[in-house]
Ligand binder design. Structure first.
Ligand code: NAP
Ligand code: HSE
Length: 430
């Protein structure tokens, strides 16, 4: 049977998973594709490191250029992580006319335009299913299955690590550091887990999805991003009393004028909404198209095997790609507008404020909100034992600018005894 030569740059969690599963399902893949996917070269950083997946020693090199330049390699798979070296690797592979597969969402979010401009110029496809939501085939769905739709909105839990952390804090009472250590041990977290917890890994994925949905590369500076570092077990408990779950949510929308909104932040989701019950490493995305209506995608969003499944799907497509293929993985168009100014984005909010437990305090806080034209929709004040209390307020729709202004007023009140915690609420209106 004809073989297609594959070069793997990276043999960590995902790269080793690709090698392992290509071997496991070799016969099935060959039957389905009519060609054999043969790994011809593997690049790693440290040749002496012990590997949990066995592979012939003569495949390995510590120089990724040898993988790209090997004439027996037709498809280059970048699974190293980072930005500069993967960019150099992918550029070199495209220049050489070699099809590229990558799971590197940080790279695509930062350099997608230049990579796909080069890919289009050279007519070389670049595949990236593994870059968003692990094993869920969301890239193929948005790019191909919904090609006949305007995408009205995408709401997604798109980071496995933070969803795992929030779930373990909620269900097992673990503290934040313990839950993060578990996620790292299972291979869910990025090499630098700050990217997971500060929201930027999810933001990279939201940028890729929004760019695909709206046909223009979204600038990372125009995305509102907040992580889960400040969410405490108490906020999770208060949200539960109010009928919500807290999830790190990616929200992507275009309004009637074509303006695009992309944001990622901890979000209060009504407990009856399907996304509220997505737990652990699972990811889920609700995609709303103007023709198809509401759709739901669910699956494991990180880890060795689900991500390997996505890479192998790309390899299969890459192996079948014809030399005359016009779609290089991203087709830009100009049908939508720019990203909405962050201050103009409107949503509802949860606000927790530490205050003096004295008469008149609630009126002062309500006055500060009213002065910024922000309304209160409901409130709880748990019984307090000492001189301080906490006000937990649910706020009506307001712009980021209005709420920032209100918080400045609130912080200047003498009765306020610490930094207020602000979280956003999502009501899933398209
Ligand atoms: P990882 O476990 O840290 O593995 C990275 C691999 O790349 C290692 O084998 C490392 O070599 C090798 N490497 C790094 N720099 C290199 C260099 N300059 N030259 C040669 N080899 C180099 O990372 P991972 O979790 O597999 O993630 C890989 C990529 O997939 C990242 O872009 C990540 O964002 C993405 N991704 C990960 C997941 C997941 O669940 N983990 C899911 C989706 C996408 P050594 O082994 O010698 O250190
Ligand atoms: N660190 C990422 C996550 C890996 O936890 O979702 C999958 O992209």
């Amino acid at each position: 049977m004809k073989q297609i030569g594959i070069g793997l740059a990276g043999f960590g969690t995902v790269g080793a998973g690709v090698f392992k599963n290509l071997a496991k399902n070799r016969a099935l893949l060959s039957e389905r594709l009519g060609v054999e996917l043969a790994v011809r070269r593997v690049a790693v950083r440290d040749l002496k490191k012990a590997r949990s997946v066995e592979a012939p020693a003569d495949l390995f090199t510590d120089d990724w250029k040898k993988v790209v330049d090997d004439p027996a390699v037709q498809i280059v798979v970048e699974l190293m992580g980072g930005i500069d070296e993967p960019l150099a690797l992918i550029t070199r592979a495209i220049e050489a006319g070699k099809i590229v597969v990558t799971g590197n969402k940080a790279l695509l979010a930062e350099h997608g335009k230049e990579i796909f401009d080069l890919a289009a110029a050279k007519n070389v496809p670049v595949f990236f299913e593994a870059a968003v939501a692990g094993g869920i085939p969301i890239i193929k769905a948005v790019r191909e299955s919904f090609v006949g739709n305007h995408i009205l909105s995408i709401h997604g839990i798109i980071n496995g690590t933070t969803n795992y952390i929030l779930t373990r804090m909620t269900d097992a009472g673990l503290d934040y550091a313990e839950a993060l250590a578990e996620a790292q041990a299972q291979g869910y977290a990025e090499a630098d887990p700050t990217l997971d917890v500060n929201g930027w890994d999810a933001a990279h994925k939201a940028i890729i999805l929004a760019s695909l949905a709206y046909g223009t590369w979204i600038c990372p500076k125009k995305v509102f991003v907040e992580g889960i570092e400040h969410v405490t077990a108490r906020d999770i408990a208060f949200a539960k009393i109010l009928g919500y779950r807290i999830k790190l949510l990616g929200i992507i929308k275009a309004d009637a004028s074509g303006e695009i909104e992309v944001r990622v932040h901890p979000t209060l989701i009504p407990e009856k909404h399907v996304l509220a019950s997505v737990n652990g490493v699972y990811n889920a995305l609700c995609v709303h198209g103007d023709v198809v209506g509401e759709t739901l995608f669910y699956g494991r969003g990180a880890g060795q095997d689900p991500t390997a499944s996505a890479v192998i799907a790309d390899l299969a497509e890459a192996a079948c790609a014809s030399a005359t293929r016009r779609d290089c993985g991203f087709m830009p168009h100009g049908l939508y507008g720019d990203c909405k100014a962050l201050d103009a984005i409107t949503c509802q909010y949860y606000l927790r404020i530490p205050v003096d437990d004295k008469p008149g305090v609630l009126a002062q806080v309500a006055g500060a909100l009213g002065a910024s034209n922000v309304g209160i929709s409901s409130m709880i004040q748990p019984e307090s034992a000492g001189e301080q209390a906490e006000l937990i307020l649910m706020l009506h729709d307001a712009t980021h600018a209005q709420v920032r202004n209100a918080i400045e007023r609130i912080q200047s009140l003498a009765c306020v005894k610490g930094a207020p915690l602000l979280l956003r609420v999502e009501n899933f209106a398209a």
